[in-house]
Design a protein around this ligand. Structure first.
Ligand code: R5P
Length: 229
């Protein structure tokens, strides 16, 4: 039998915490994809009813294929639990997200969830955020202007591309990837970016995470800020 990947191990551990009739925020990316498949397995085997609020069009499609009832954010009173991946997490459970370009919807869903679980492989664990370039989402009208400003500040913005054209998010915006390695006050940097007109969101998730489940080798390691109810 094939060895289960670290990402899948983390996803399996998270899916065990899901209960019947829950409304779940469904993350985006390769780790979240394992989670959706395993939710689908539980629906089939145990006859669970699960509602999902997807963080991207890709996730929505996958969730439908796996028997999860899709709800829009407008339709839900509360999201019981969100399970999502990350590009980096540090000892304070601060994250960089947005490698797949879904940071805006992911941030909205995480901020509206009672409890947030992050699932990763061991490559995502860092002592300090910033090896991974920080994605920020910008309005196309302002992208070039913002890039010029951030270049002056040493953030080395790179316009994300898909093939040869600018990548567009589900909200039809652009992504700039920033080098934040020389920045130590992440809250301040986040604040400055978020108050720049035309920047819609950053990939910093500094306060939302309650629990990280990290697959490493054949084990799952738990980093908990708040207990699940
Ligand atoms: O925009 C994408 C998301 O933030 C992903 O959760 C993140 O990039 C991690 O992706 P993966 O699970 O594929 O490593």
């Amino acid at each position: 039998m094939n060895k289960i990947s670290e990402k899948e191990l983390a996803a399996i551990a998270a899916v065990k915490l899901v209960k019947n009739n829950m409304t779940i925020g469904l993350g985006t990316g390769s780790t979240a994809a394992y989670m959706i498949r395993h939710l689908g397995d539980r629906i089939k085997k145990e006859g669970l009813t699960l509602y999902g609020v997807p963080t991207s069009k890709a996730t929505e499609k996958m969730a439908q294929e796996n028997g999860i009832a899709i709800l829009s954010l407008d339709d839900v009173k509360k999201i019981d639990l969100t399970i999502d991946g990350a590009d980096e997490f540090d000892p304070y459970l601060q994250l960089i997200k947005g490698g797949g370009g879904a940071l805006l919807r992911e941030k909205i869903i995480a901020s509206n969830s009672e409890y947030n679980i992050i699932i990763t492989d061991a490559s995502k664990q860092v002592n300090r955020l910033g090896k991974f370039k920080l994605p920020i989402e910008t309005i196309p009208f302002a992208t070039q202007q913002i890039a010029a400003q951030l270049q002056k500040r040493g953030l080395e913005p790179v316009l994300r591309k898909q093939d040869t054209v600018a990548f567009t998010t589900d909200e039809n915006n652009n992504i700039l990837d920033l080098n934040i390695e020389s920045y130590y006050n992440l809250e301040q940097l986040n604040q400055e970016l978020m108050t720049t007109p035309g920047i819609v969101e950053t990939g910093f998730f500094l306060t939302t995470t309650d629990l990280v489940l990290m697959g490493k080798g054949s084990k799952v390691f738990t980093f908990e800020k708040n207990k699940i109810k």
